[in-house]
Design a protein around this ligand. Structure first.
Ligand code: ARG
Length: 265
């Protein structure tokens, strides 16, 4: 059974601006954020065949809720993130500590190689697809691939609104993805077309509603609400789709997938 790591939004807020979604003049509603986060938590527990572990929230780390960015798990190895922005770099020791305590072998990357975990690297079958430019550094992909002995396809991201791979690319399993082609350069789009047989393209409005930022477990998908087109397509492919409104987290540039980290797949 898959295990996901989440962090309650006790100290969540828009306290700095490190992506185009964040605007300190548009603060998050604390109460609403809590309700939305709990709705996601309960949907995972009740509807997905998955369990959730919790990371203790830390005052002064408003983005710690986005656990996807803490690192990447491959078997019993945890590769801890090397955040690009100092405001988030302070989160790394908490992820490191959590995984160390549970017996994972924790590996750090060379200091110059930025890497933002599952936000920028996602498995599809035996291979890994990884995004770079706005956050992770392309060199980190090679390092991660050699640590885990897995082939990594590097994809350049070109639209700052889709600054992490998981904002525009979502593995659905069995050689299938949903993605937003305009978030990638021509070469990246070609790599995707050549290596992934089944591709569902997201429309701009739904990509901007974070449709790609979905949690997929087997044939079940948790999607941000308000994406009827892709919801219908996924249902047509045999997926069961659960919608959760995560508007308070979109204010920080994140949605469902950003709020979880796969500890076990
Ligand atoms: N405010 C956070 C940041 O800019 C949002 C992270 C969203 N996470 C993700 N996996 N896309 O770093």
């Amino acid at each position: 059974m898959p295990t996901l790591l989440m962090c309650p939004p006790d100290y969540y807020g828009i306290e700095y601006e490190i992506n185009p979604w964040m605007d300190r003049r548009r603060p998050a509603d604390t109460r609403q954020a809590r309700d939305q986060w709990e709705a996601l938590y309960h949907t995972i527990i009740q509807e997905l065949t998955a369990s959730v572990e919790l990371l203790t929230p830390v005052p002064g780390l408003p983005d710690l809720v986005f656990t996807a960015n803490g690192g990447f798990v491959g078997g019993d190895t945890f590769i801890v993130s090397n955040f690009r922005y100092s405001v988030r770099a302070r989160e790394a020791p908490y992820f490191q500590g959590w995984f160390q305590k549970r017996g994972f072998k924790v590996v750090a990357l060379p200091s110059g190689q930025y890497f933002e975990g599952e936000g920028d690297i996602l498995p599809l079958g035996d291979e890994l697809f990884a995004g770079y430019r706005f956050r992770s550094d392309v060199r980190s992909h090679l390092t991660v691939g050699s640590i885990l002995s897995r082939r990594v396809f590097s994809l350049e991201l070109v639209d700052p609104r889709f600054y992490h791979l998981d904002t525009c690319f979502c593995p659905l399993g069995e050689g299938a993805i949903m993605y937003y082609p305009n978030a990638f350069d021509v070469y990246g789009r070609r790599v995707i077309q050549e290596h992934i047989p089944l591709r569902r393209e997201l429309s701009s409005p739904e990509a901007l509603r974070f449709a790609a930022n979905a949690i997929v477990v087997g044939k079940k998908v948790i999607l941000n609400s308000g994406c009827p087109q892709i919801k219908g397509e996924l249902e047509g492919m045999g997926y069961t789709v659960y919608e959760v409104d995560l508007s308070e987290f979109i204010k920080a540039g994140g949605s469902a997938k950003c709020l979880v980290l796969f500890v076990e797949r």
